[in-house]
Design a protein around this ligand. Structure first.
Ligand code: CP
Length: 309
């Protein structure tokens, strides 16, 4: 029997496969509630704190929406401006303070390891909404949910991860999760933005996966079942000149998808900049806005589960 009450969601590696399955299954139940009643009150009286030190549209607002649709309340901030961080307060003291205000804390912070630090200090469940280039586990859960929902299963799907695989935290976590669920993976990136060695080594050692890496998108489109493209993470480049060299490396349009499988789906964690031509938005390939919608039932499942409801 899976019990996630009080659990911190720092990285997907700390969740067992049956715990991930449990969250995906609960998300499906919450999606039905969203479509029927739109609301339940199982978290009435509970408070979520959203501590976002970096910009976000989907993650923060879908957590806020999820909490409201579960009958709970939300406090928080969407940038350090206006908080005592500008007066020099460190993260540890902020966490010790919010621990007394809220029942669960969702945090996005530029430093790798910040969510883990918060979990060490807090008595409340901590949900990592992105710590630097490290991990974004709730995005991965909604990515898995989307693939299963739109393709029927994850096992055996040929998933191409395309774009900034070096700094893109969603790609790191997703690669691990896809391996866990038995998908086939192809990595496509500029040479300077390839998947970090620690990720590929783990995939080879733990899952005995053969790593296929390419720099050209055209080489892989016809074989893919899922094309998961990511933004080149401008804000993580130490040298802006290096960003300029790769910023438009990949762009998916109808021409690129000419020889794609008819049931290919295109996913993107969003926001997009150059990566997907808007001409794709109204085609059957485009599932990225649906993917963003699935963030709500998935985050409802996470909140309800870590709060023991
Ligand atoms: N996918 C994602 O994390 O989007 P936001 O940065 O808008 O939260």
């Amino acid at each position: 029997m899976v019990n996630l009450k009080g659990k911190d969601i720092i990285s997907l590696r700390e969740l067992k496969k049956d715990e991930i399955e449990y969250l995906l299954s609960r998300a499906a139940d919450f999606e039905k509630i969203l479509q029927k009643e739109g609301y339940t009150n199982i978290l009435e009286g509970k408070i979520l704190a959203t501590l976002f030190y970096e910009p976000s549209t989907r993650t923060r607002l879908s957590f806020v929406t999820a909490m409201h649709r579960l009958g709970g309340n939300v406090i928080g901030f969407s940038g350090p401006e206006g908080t005592s961080a500008v007066k020099g307060e460190n993260l540890s003291d902020t966490i010790r303070t919010i621990d007394n205000y809220a029942d669960v804390i969702a945090i996005r912070h530029p430093e790798e390891g910040s969510a883990k630090l918060a979990a060490q200090l807090s008595t409340r469940p901590i949900i990592n909404c992105g710590d630097g280039s490290h991990a974004h586990p709730t995005q991965t859960l909604l990515d898995l949910y989307t693939i299963r929902k739109e393709k029927g299963k994850i096992n055996g799907q040929k998933v191409a991860l395309v774009g900034d695989l070096k700094y893109g935290r969603t790609a790191h976590t997703l690669a691990y999760a896809l391996a866990l669920f038995g998908a086939d993976m192809i990595f496509v990136s500029p040479e300077s933005l390839s998947m970090p060695k620690d990720v590929t080594t783990e995939l080879k050692d733990k899952f005995e996966i053969e790593i296929k890496e390419y720099t050209k998108l055209e080489n892989i489109v016809k074989d893919a079942d899922v094309l998961y493209i990511t933004r080149i993470q401008k804000e993580r480049f130490p040298d802006p000149g290096e960003y300029e060299k790769v910023k438009g490396a990949y762009k998916i349009d109808l021409n690129v998808l000419e020889n794609a499988k008819k049931d290919l789906i295109v996913l993107h964690p969003l926001p997009r900049v150059y990566e997907i031509d808007p001409e794709l938005d109204n085609t059957k390939f485009a599932k990225y806005f649906k993917q963003a919608y699935y963030g709500i039932p998935v985050r409802m499942a996470i909140l309800a589960s870590v709060l023991g409801k």
